[in-house]
Design a binder for this molecule. Sequence first.
Ligand code: HEC
Length: 159
Amino acid sequence: MKKLVGALSLCLLLANCGEKKEEKKGGFEMNRAKTEKKEEKVVEKTPIDMSNEGIGPYKDFSFPSDIDSGLASEGEAKYKNVCTACHMADKKLIGPALSGVYERRNATWVMNMMKNPTEMLRKDPIAKALLKEYNNAVMLDNKLSDQETRAIAEYLRTL
Ligand code: HEC
């Protein structure tokens, strides 16, 4: 008799445990659904601020009116070597599509983003928002020289 009671209560205990687990799981899933909804609301569009020049060595840069095709093709070669791992002209890849980038970003900002991405991602409001928009995928510092940065900047005008 004692044994039977023991087995019975063990059984009840187990059944109880099982139930509790279920409840917990249900609760967890509900919570998760809630947070996901919340996150969706919080994500803001990356701002456009054409007066922001970013943070880095470049100040007040602007392009001459004509595209320098020699410089652009020098930039194209470097761009194809290092940037196409993460960027395409017309489609999002790991980073944003770069066609038309000067319509939403100041040229100086773009140069600073190429030359100094790590600090930009930490401090610049546009870069910080982009980082969020791109799920924290980090644009690496490609250690470009000034000449390479300038040449790629020229090439981006042609995309
Ligand atoms: C490892 C992947 C990676 C590489 C390599 C990379 N980028 Fe990026 N880039 C990104 C990501 C991701 C972003 C968005 C910001 C973030 O999340 O870091 C970005 C943002 C940018 C932006 C800002 C675009 C906008 O819409 O404002 C420019 C300009 C840019 N990259 C240019 C370049 C150039 C030029 C190169 C090559 C020298 C390059 N990137 C190499 C990943 C990369």
